[in-house]
Design a protein around this ligand. Sequence first.
Ligand code: KG4
Ligand code: ZN
Length: 336
Amino acid sequence: KKDLLILAIESSCDETAAAVVKNGREVLSNVISSQIALHTLYGGVVPEIASRKHIEKINQVIEAALDEAKVTLDDIDAIGVTYGPGLVGALLVGVAEAKAIAYAARKPLIGVHHIEGHIAANFIEHKELEPPFLCLVVSGGHTHLVCVKDYGEFEILGRTRDDAAGEAFDKVARAIGLGYPGGPKIDKVSKEGNPDAIEFPRAHMGDTPYDFSFSGVKSAVLNYLNGCKMKGETWNQADVAASFQKAVTDVLVANSMQAVKEYGLRKFAIAGGVASNSALRSAMKEACEKNDIDFYYPSPIFCTDNAAMIGVAAYYEYLKGTRHGWDLNAVPNLKL
Ligand code: KG4
Ligand code: ZN
């Protein structure tokens, strides 16, 4: 049986990425051009700057991905691309590029949902992992508890009502003087702090037990800092970071374990940028061990936005027969 090669493109936010994936599970190349340094100047992602940078980088990144995989466009069987959700101008660059390549090289075009990609990142290093399983997707834009019923078939059990988990990390990091991007910095300084130093609230939604809310804990941190300022007291950056991180991970773990039990699934995965968080990984690992559930998580390079995960998702969409036409458009609020 012939190998099936997908060239995948991802440009939904601030990473310009391309990858070549073989038979859905083997990453032949995974090239990422990060714009973090550029956006750090502004304390966050500036959409217009992101789009312009994608245009500047995308051809180089695709060429590098083909080179690294030691293939040419002729060897590629289909083009996969993220078409939503994300920043509309950023998405458009990838979608236009994918359409142009697919049209010129006469290859099938497959639009991929960004979250489907994050979930699919788990298939790369866990060759034995197959649906059904439960997946917690935690990134800068999303916090979703998803039942992966089959390849490309999802049921959303819960989502955030306000801030995404990564967004809360980024906002709190800014408030305690750590800067952008906040998640990795909070993760690092928390190792020096006491997670039980300050009791920040854990929001549990009574009526919809799998939903999340992170604006409360974020406000509680801001109130705590203001309170210290008013009283002329100093606060400990590492303790605030560690206590905030613990409040967030406690809720993520509690909701996930409740869902795993209720759905009777023995497999649980995490995905998205925040899935790199060391405290979240170890708390989830412990909870899964306690509940006798197999726990899966991608390496950090496959947690952050990348095109390899899009290639994996595109492969399973390809097998299902998904093909998009030349009218494929960027959909900033695409539903899963
Ligand atoms: O998946 P991703 O790269 O982009 C989106 O699709 O949003 O996620 C980026 C988010 C940012 O909010 C970043 O602060 C957060 O993931 N993040 C982390 C860590 N690494 C990245 N949050 C907590 N701990 C980390 N180690
Ligand atoms: Zn993402």
